[in-house]
Design a protein around this ligand. Sequence first.
Ligand code: G3P
Length: 228
Amino acid sequence: MKFFLDTADLAEIEEAASWGALAGVTTNPSLYARIGGKLEDFPAHIKRICDIVGPECPVSAESVAMERDAIVADGVELAAIAPNVVVKIPTMVEGLAATHELAARGIPVNMTLCFTVPQALLAARAGARYISPFIGRFDDISDDGLNQLANVIDAIGNYDFSANTVNGEKIEIIAASIRSANHVTQAALLGADIATVPFGVLKKMVQHPLTDRGLEAFLKDWEKVQNA
Ligand code: G3P
């Protein structure tokens, strides 16, 4: 499983990139609003993220247009920011049509706000490079997000989407809307290609009380060695 950071916060991205496990970044309009982002600064902000993570790491930037041609125009503009930009498009009719057009132009698309198997299959058929099934938002409405993710992974795996190749890369499933380290564990066991995680979850993924307890004991014992 690869790890993407689900944030628009440059400090978080810099910190996570320094850990050596960051394979990409996903942003969305809410995440950009959360850091106080302004419309006119958006392209430059995405460029800064691309520069931080480097050309091998895809960076998803979302179109908020609602009509096919406008989404395509957004997508072309976003893709021009840097070679590693992935255009994020909501799973809706106009979004599918735009994905189809952008994929034909060799521009990778991450289909977001994907909740069901039919949505994921349509996204794949349209030519999406990435599909982002949401976990946490299902849990928020007392449904089982991991079960829904499992269904999407199974269904996509049943078919050959090798025609979705963009620059030689195959379709990948991004487990999104992740709220806990356990979501990451279960998504990995289900075979999700990627987990996009908030920085808070990434930090929790490193931690375990037994690691803390073991480290404390090692440090105390090393003091004994130094004073022996
Ligand atoms: O990137 C989209 C997704 O991960 C958002 O998650 O926590 O807002 O449901 P959340």
